[in-house]
Design a protein around this ligand. Structure first.
Ligand code: NAD
Ligand code: GLY
Length: 352
């Protein structure tokens, strides 16, 4: 088993191993002996993995947990669903000393984490991520959120889990496009920090090396989060491709998934950097090839002006400026502040 400790304000471990879902109960027992558990999942994941999880909890001596499945999809990351979950937990007499388990992708993880951080002024939660994106990104680092009509992730907290139980076998049931969306985030880690990881993905294949891919990604995220838990500096590196990606995702009215939009965002920003002579053209060629291998898009054929308008209202932008992530070379990302005007001409020129 690969055990990756995360030394944040509240330290925890990420455990990665094929078949680990069946050991969740045993892994939880030392930390949560005697506590009540509640499992939050979504309808699809519950169908596939709730029973094995409940069996493992029972085998470890836990009483039957309360369980709740939200509808699949981003719409469940809402204040309405948060309120439904608060009432569910209150009715089941769940208290601050108890523990929530998030079984699912990033939607379930972000929602459950947000509920855990606010219910009874904050309680423990454990992440059992079942998508590649959740295993390498959203289950680690403690960002929780729900969406508002005004924008994605507009209400949230920093609230670290008590444990992350990552079973790569659960990825076997993921549809290819959802797997590929996770690969986009894995390519991102390679682009900003780890050329070998990038080549592993682009040349050898993610599924063939899944445990290594997850471990390398999580190790990079762990290091960055430990240095900047509250996202005021180095953690912004994780936004490589994301400012434009969010613009594309929202500009497409969410027809393009987060991962697909990030793939487009990475290609757009690297194209712009190449046009300015800041990044070698070979970096762009390798990125395009890596994306194509997984059927990830490399360009946006929608309205660029709308995308740039959305970038201005990105929640991470400051008065009149934003920070973009550029590359000195493949595997070496850096933070570059731009005024909105500079950023827009940088991107437009790159796409001419
Ligand atoms: P998701 O949770 O919606 O899962 C995608 C789909 O896959 C869902 O329909 C789900 O039912 C299904 N699914 C999940 N696991 C499955 C499995 N093993 N087999 C078959 N189907 C399965 O989406 P996601 O891509 O995991 O996460 C996206 C969310 O993560 C977004 O809301 C995004 O904002 C958030 N996110 C958060 C962070 C963070 O740091 N907190 C980072 C990145 C993304
Ligand atoms: N997914 C970006 C972050 O956790 O900071």
């Amino acid at each position: 088993m690969n055990i990756i400790p995360v030394k944040t304000g509240r330290p925890y471990e990420i455990r990665i191993e094929k078949g680990l879902l069946a050991q969740t109960g045993a892994l939880l027992r030392p930390q949560f002996r005697g506590q009540n558990l509640a499992v939050i999942s979504d309808s699809r994941v519950a169908e596939l993995y709730l029973k094995p999880l409940l069996d493992s909890l029972e085998a470890a001596g836990f009483g039957r947990p309360a369980t709740f499945s939200v509808p699949q999809g981003e719409e469940s990351k809402s204040l309405q669903m948060t309120s439904i979950l608060y009432n569910f937990l209150a009715e089941r007499h769940i208290r601050r000393s108890d523990c929530l388990i998030a079984l699912g992708g990033g939607v379930v993880g972000d929602l459950t984490g947000f509920v855990a951080s606010t219910f009874c002024r904050g309680m423990s939660f454990v992440q059992v991520p079942t998508t590649l994106l959740a295993q390498i990104d959203s289950s680690v680092g403690g960002k929780t959120a729900v969406n508002l009509p005004a924008g994605k992730n507009m209400v949230g907290t920093f609230w670290q889990p008590s444990l992350v139980v990552c079973d790569p076998d659960t990825l076997d049931t993921l549809p290819e496009d959802i797997f590929a969306a996770g690969v986009a985030e894995a390519l991102k880690y390679g682009m900003i920090r780890d050329e070998k990881l990038f080549d592993l993905l682009a040349l050898d294949g993610a599924r063939e090396h899944i445990e290594e891919v997850i471990s390398r990604c999580v190790t990079i995220k762990r290091e960055i989060v430990q240095n900047d838990e509250r996202d005021t500096g180095e953690r912004m590196l994780l936004n490589f491709g994301h400012t434009l990606g969010h613009g594309v995702e929202s500009g497409s009215h969410y027809a393009l998934s987060h991962g697909f939009s990030v793939a487009i965002g990475m290609n757009m920003i690297v194209k712009a950097s190449v046009a300015r002579g800041l990044t070698a053209p070979s970096v762009l060629e390798r990125l395009e090839k890596g994306c194509r291998r997984y059927g990830l898009p490399t360009f946006y054929d929608g309205d660029l002006e709308r995308v740039l308008e959305i970038c201005r209202s990105d929640k991470k932008s400051e008065a009149g400026s934003l920070k973009a992530i550029l590359l000195h070379s493949l595997g070496d990302g850096y933070i570059q502040p731009f005024s909105f005007e500079e950023f827009e001409s940088f991107v437009r020129e790159g796409l001419e």
